[in-house]
Design a binder for this molecule. Structure first.
Ligand SMILES: Cc1cc2nc3c(=O)[nH]c(=O)nc-3n(C[C@H](O)[C@H](O)[C@H](O)COP(=O)(O)O)c2cc1C
Ligand SMILES: [Fe+2]
Ligand SMILES: [Fe+2]
Length: 407
């Protein structure tokens, strides 16, 4: 666990977590950080704790001791959001200390008591404050449905620090550099990509609420953004606010100037047309991502579709429906409320087709409002004229996606 000073009396404690499925679903190939913050006045508060895994609370206590904070002297546990990646250690803490107060919203209070049996809770509403002494004053600002209904921002007035919890967070492990001004250009690119993966995998469903949270952040005088996952922004907090605004548009159909090909093929018929599409995209100098189903993981698929301005779905008919792993991926995108994408589908069939019908059903069922270039279906192997039709569809997509590009 790394320990870094953010300001006098404010520290970050951060650990990298790897080899887990985040939320039990998302493979986090590049890990994720769990950030906790200590604010010390005369009283001491810990904002966002850590997960409750074996050995983790003990590591937190040791790290606290190393920055001169006796865990026994922690007065307040500020629970910005009750999800166990932030609060899981609470039950362990109760074993070593019996007098602390949990600070949270009413919605979180119910969760804190049902998950951990805690009752020593002080409920905060919009604008309520907690004076820790020595000039450190925390104020609390609900941001409902920034992931869960219980979430709030905590803001420290004297330093203008926003403890934003999941908001403004990213996947990705941190090395030596934890502050925005220390990041190399490669690390900036890494955390942008990991931010997109985090937003699309974890937060996209709540885009409307995230927009409100962005507006709320704008009402506070922010000098530093200190999220629960990923780097701390002290030089340019506006950067992550702008990134999140842009990501919220990706959730509603905008995207980078790139194409994502989501494809699958049983016996290589649809694959032949995919190869042709790749040649067309290369000829046109269009950047593209290619995800073969079912080999590509959900986390990668959701992120790659989310961030692209143009989507190509290449999948055959299977038992009168769409090739199942591609159908499942589209359903997942629907659950994440990734709407308004510009897309083009083609695929092979044997005798009856059916893929196209299911594609429409998936779009309708999830109210996805994707805009489709007319699909191309071919019997068996694609003939020259089929490839020409596919090429025409791709060229239309490239032309139309210009309206969707937001970099
Ligand atoms: C398990 C299986 C189920 C299939 N179901 C259908 C079907 O319901 N209707 C149809 O027209 N073709 C069906 N086909 C035929 C495929 O759509 C056809 O072979 C197509 O060329 C496969 O393209 P691919 O090689 O890109 O997977 C099925 C093929 C398989 C192997
Ligand atoms: Fe969360
Ligand atoms: Fe989280």
């Amino acid at each position: 666990m790394k320990k870094l000073k953010i300001a006098d009396g404010i520290h970050l404690l951060t650990m990298n977590v790897e080899d887990m499925l985040f939320e039990g679903i998302w493979e986090i190939a590049n890990g994720v950080t769990l950030n906790s913050y200590i604010v010390q006045g005369e009283k001491t508060a810990i904002i966002d704790g850590v997960i409750g895994w074996d050995g983790v609370p003990e590591t937190l206590y040791r790290s606290l001791a190393e920055i001169g904070v006796d865990p026994q002297k922690i007065d307040y546990l500020v629970v910005n959001h009750m999800e166990p990646d932030h609060s899981g250690w609470m039950a362990n803490f109760r074993k070593i200390k019996d007098d602390f107060t949990v600070i949270c919203r009413e919605k979180a209070a119910k969760l804190v008591s049902s998950f951990y049996g805690e009752t020593g809770i002080r409920i905060m509403k919009e604008g309520d404050t907690l004076d820790l002494g020595k000039g450190k004053v925390l104020s609390f600002h609900p941001v409902p449905n920034v992931h869960w209904p219980d979430t709030m921002y905590t803001y420290e007035r004297s330093t203008g620090t926003l403890f934003s919890c999941d908001m403004f967070g990213a996947f990705g492990r941190m090395g030596e550099h934890c502050f925005d001004d220390e990041l190399t250009p490669e690390e900036v690119a890494f955390f942008e990509a990991e931010g997109i993966r985090y937003y699309s995998n974890v937060m996209a469903t709540f885009t409307t609420s995230l927009r409100k949270a962005i507006e709320k952040a704008k009402t506070l005088e922010i000098k530093t953004i200190a999220p629960g996952h990923g780097p701390v922004y002290r030089q340019n907090p506006q950067k992550i606010i702008d990134d999140y605004s842009r990501f919220s548009r990706y959730a509603e159909g905008a995207g980078k100037n790139e194409v994502t090909i989501l494809w699958g093929s049983m016996y290589g018929m649809t694959a032949k047309a995919v190869a042709h599409v790749e040649a067309v995209l290369q000829r046109k100098g269009v950047k593209y991502n290619k995800l073969e189903m079912p080999l590509a993981g959900d986390s990668e698929v959701v992120a790659a579709v989310f961030k692209a301005a143009g989507i190509i779905i290449a999948a055959p008919t299977y038992e009168y429906k769409l090739f199942p792993p591609v159908a499942a991926a589209l359903d997942e995108l629907g659950r994440k409320r990734i709407t308004g994408k510009l897309a083009f589908r083609f695929g092979s069939y044997g005798w009856s087709g059916g893929a196209e019908k299911e594609l429409k059903e998936i779009m309708e069922r999830n109210n996805m409002k994707w805009e489709f270039i007319e699909s191309v279906e071919f019997e068996g192997a694609p003939k020259k004229e089929d490839l020409m039709k596919v090429e025409a569809g791709v060229l239309q997509l490239i032309e139309k996606m210009k309206e969707k590009v937001v970099e």
